[in-house]
Design a protein around this ligand. Structure first.
Ligand code: ZN
Length: 240
């Protein structure tokens, strides 16, 4: 940016800080000022100009990207409840950086398992809780057809509650006791079923932990197998 352009930009920003974006003349300056207001950066920029405290380019980029990320994430989270199928996704992403992408970079042979997990997170699965969303499904009941519990077949039921997964689930807890820190196992056992599902699908609500590859492998393999067994059984009962 030439010094002449900088002067115009600073002048426009200064004017806009008093009179609002509506009074700025149409053009690139107006677009920039609109962005500053939209992402709540205006006060920050005006303070910098007024106090002549100019930060480095990398610090500015870091600050703006964090601010944009926060605001876009908040907007997105307010839209998510309108889509019933995204109910798990909302809980998985609000608290954690999603580490499964990192896991896959180092262990690509678990791609199928992670694909299944993503399907469960974003609601693009074949469980009966999605029945009313899929027009071409023949049955409208959302009840689990594989047990007598008379409950909705959702992700939580599929992975933890349904009797058909009990044997694999017991084995999973045994495996977890051998590969997982004891405190973490106790923490998981103290959670309710829904929190456990969200905890697993969100990658334990933290960044990828390089010391725990076996833990990721055990969890994603269990989830993939349990889901596939269920879908195969449903197809046997009611082939399309
Ligand atoms: Zn069931």
């Amino acid at each position: 940016m030439s010094s002449y352009t900088k002067q115009i930009m600073v002048k426009r920003i200064h004017e806009a800080s008093f009179s609002g974006v509506g009074n700025v003349k149409p053009g690139p300056c107006k677009l920039i000022v609109q962005c500053l207001f939209e992402y709540k950066l205006m006060n920050f920029v005006v303070d910098s100009v007024n106090n002549a405290e100019y930060m480095s380019m990398s610090a500015w980029k870091g600050h703006t990207s964090r601010q944009i990320d926060n605001i876009e994430r908040r907007k997105w989270l307010t839209r998510v409840p309108m889509f019933r199928k995204l109910v798990v996704l909302k809980d998985c992403l609000s608290n954690a950086v999603w580490p499964w992408w990192t896991f896959l970079q180092y262990y690509p042979k678990y791609t199928k398992c992670c694909k299944t997990m993503i399907r469960l997170i974003v609601g693009e699965h074949g469980l009966a809780c999605n029945t009313s969303l899929w027009r071409n499904m023949r049955h409208t009941s959302r009840r689990c057809q594989l047990c007598n519990m008379y409950v909705i077949e959702n992700v939580c039921h599929c992975l933890l509650e349904c009797p058909i997964c009990k044997e694999a689930l017991n084995q999973l807890w045994i495996d977890l006791e051998t590969c997982c820190p004891r405190a973490l196992v106790m923490c998981m056992k103290a959670m309710n079923d829904r929190d456990v599902v969200v905890f697993w699908l969100s990658g334990f609500k933290c960044s990828f932990v390089f010391e725990w590859p076996v833990l990721y492998q055990v969890i994603c393999t269990y989830i993939h197998k349990t889901y596939r067994i269920r879908i195969d059984k449903k197809n046997e009962i009611d082939p399309l």
